[in-house]
Design a protein around this ligand. Structure first.
Ligand code: PMP
Length: 405
């Protein structure tokens, strides 16, 4: 057996092997999964914009007008009108001076953290990055790639964060960056943004907030969790994705004009990577327009999330931490999570099982992602299906997660 096969075998033995399931058609609220019609409860197409007719048409038109691809990095072969237009629209949407596009949220986080860590560091001395323990993998990888000294604070624990800042100050560090998801991608809870901004202000630190799951979903007109908290203009770099609520692909950093110029000059994932394809850019632009015309879409999404949380609680599930459209059903053991996922699919509900290393060991779960386009009846029926599927898979909702395997 080769080392590759041995590693795969080991993943299978531990219940951690992954495969891609086949889904036909666009990411609507109902899809055909491996040949079986199911309610889709795990797509980040939160507002139904990925399959919205206007968004699709905009992508098709842009392909005809500007072509399928951007050809090179915008710093090499030039920027197209459509990229500029989207950046202006995103800055207006996030109420920042400027915005700059990145290839994806993953790339944006690598680029932004790398650039800010370099800015803060004395020659030869890496900056300190303060990072929530449940931050997305791309933020974690951003810290690693920047070779930044990273202080990982307990999830959402501002006292621990303040302690870490104090310790780094005592050791002689001056600048630094606090980095957090706004909406945590696996738990659906929201970061203590007010306290973070206050700490940053007090200690002269910069802030990076990843609004991947806040953009389009929370706040007035879907402007995000930062806007909902009344903190617009107080975050140094807001990262948002175009591939989730905005239904397309790509990402952006919203910030001051000088920070935009600094990122354009120093963020390696922006400089050394081909620009977003025009169809994706035009799709995101159209999605923003639709959102502007239908500002109730995020409200509908959060109403659906509330319905789902109530229905799941009625089935005995504990979803206590979730306050948004991301609703985790933590079962603990990875094989149990897989069994629950498979059983639910057999009964027409697709909610993906999420296992380590995506989530900490012992907290495998189904991660439900709601859409504004789900109906109340669909959600009620799905919660009931999940309750029955849990019993069939050997998990008793309400009994608490079993001990980690
Ligand atoms: N940040 C967070 C919080 C995310 O959940 C994700 C995607 N899962 C990303 C960044 C990466 O975004 P993208 O999919 O655009 O690479």
């Amino acid at each position: 057996m080769s080392d590759v096969e041995a590693r795969l075998e080991e993943l299978r033995d531990r219940g951690l092997y992954r495969r891609m399931r086949h889904v036909s058609g666009p990411q609507g609220s109902r899809v055909v999964l491996d040949g079986r019609p199911v309610l889709l409860l795990c797509s980040n197409n939160y507002l139904g914009l990925a399959d919205h007719p206007r968004v699709r048409e905009a992508a098709a038109d842009a392909a005809m007008r500007w072509g399928a691809g951007a050809g090179a990095s915008r710093l090499v072969s030039g920027t197209m009108t459509v990229h500029r237009r989207l950046e202006e629209a995103l800055a207006a949407f996030k109420q920042t001076e400027a915005a700059v596009l990145f290839g994806s949220g993953y790339l944006a986080n690598l680029g932004v953290i790398g650039a800010l860590a370099r800015l803060e560091s004395d020659p030869g001395r890496p900056a300190v990055v303060f990072s929530d323990e449940l931050n997305h993998a791309s933020l974690i990888d951003g810290c690693r790639l920047a070779r930044a000294e990273t202080f990982v604070y307990d999830h959402g624990d501002v006292e621990h964060l303040a302690w870490g800042i104090g310790r780094s100050r005592a050791a002689g560090a001056t600048g630094g960056v606090i980095v957090t998801d706004s909406v945590f991608s696996m738990d659906g809870d929201v970061a203590p943004l007010h306290d973070i901004v206050e700490l940053a202000r007090r200690h002269g630190l910069r802030t990076v907030v990843d609004e991947a799951h806040g953009t389009g979903c929370l706040g007035p007109g879907g402007r995000g969790a930062v806007a909902e908290a009344g903190l617009e203009g107080q975050i140094d770099v807001l990262v948002g994705t175009l591939g989730k609520a905005l239904g397309a692909y790509g990402a952006f950093a919203a910030c001051s004009a000088s920070m935009r110029d600094y990122l354009t000059n120093t963020a390696r994932s922006l400089i050394f990577s081909t620009a977003l394809p025009p169809p994706a850019v035009a799709a995101a632009l159209a999605a923003l327009e639709v959102l502007g015309e239908q500002p109730d879409l995020p409200t509908r999404l959060q109403a659906n999330a509330g319905i789902m949380r109530d229905e799941l609680a009625r089935e005995g599930f504990d979803v206590a931490g979730s306050a948004t459209q991301i609703v985790p059903l933590v079962v603990g053991d990875p094989e149990l999570a897989m069994a629950l996922c498979e059983t639910a699919i057999e009964q027409g509900v697709f909610a993906q099982a999420i296992r380590p290393p995506t989530v900490p060991t012992g907290t495998s779960r189904l991660r439900l992602a709601l859409m504004a386009t789900h109906t109340r009846d669909e959600l009620r029926a799905a919660a009931h299906t999940l309750g029955r599927a849990a019993l069939k898979a050997g998990f008793r909702p309400g009994a608490g997660p079993p001990v980690a395997a």
